[in-house]
Design a protein. Structure first.
Ligand code: FE2
Length: 183
């Protein structure tokens, strides 16, 4: 639904950097993308034309929220074979995993995939059920990266709320979070 070719993203990123410089905002910026794992993604993967991040070439990908892909394990394997370290975006949002936290444990055991939590999930941004799963993942120590999911101003209210939530603090204690390793 949202094609995000590398050239377009890099072009817009350049414009953002220029604007930030012009306004003298002290912030370090990097760019990557979140890929919806469909057929066009597989084509991109084989071409090696993807925007990854960090020294480990982390590749952020997401799935359908409601329909589990039949070949999820092999798709993750293909990402690894292409030389990337797969990071599943917002695992807490996939309804077909919700019946047990063990589904997540199993997926990590079988594939070594990493998980990036949308931290606003903790503060009930999406739903109570998603908040419950997010907390379950934190308790089980299954989170590797934290993402803000800040697309618009409305998200910043939830982000502030999240930062003072006890579960946010717990997430940092009970999980090995890799965000700081990217600096
Ligand atoms: Fe997403």
């Amino acid at each position: 639904m949202f094609p995000n070719p590398k050239d377009t993203i890099l072009h817009e990123f350049q414009k953002l950097k220029e604007e930030v410089k012009k306004r003298k905002i002290a912030i370090e910026l990097e760019v990557a993308a979140e890929y919806y794992a469909d057929e066009s993604f597989e084509k991109l993967l084989y071409k090696g034309n993807l925007l990854s991040f960090g020294k480990e070439d982390y590749l952020l990908f997401e799935l359908s929220y409601f329909t589990k892909p039949q070949d999820l394990e092999s798709m993750i394997y293909e990402i690894q074979k292409a030389g990337y370290t797969p990071v599943l975006a917002h695992p807490e949002r996939y309804t077909y995993f919700h019946d047990s936290i063990d589904n997540y444990k199993r997926l990590k055991e079988v594939t070594d995939v990493l998980f990036q939590l949308n931290i606003v999930s903790i503060a009930n941004y999406y739903s109570k059920q998603i908040a419950k799963i997010a907390k379950g993942l934190i308790d089980a120590g299954l989170i590797d990266f934290m993402g803000s999911d800040t697309h618009k101003k409305r998200h910043t209210t939830y982000l502030k709320q999240t930062l003072s939530d006890t579960y946010y603090k717990k997430s940092l204690r009970k999980n090995v979070i890799l965000n700081n390793k990217l600096l």
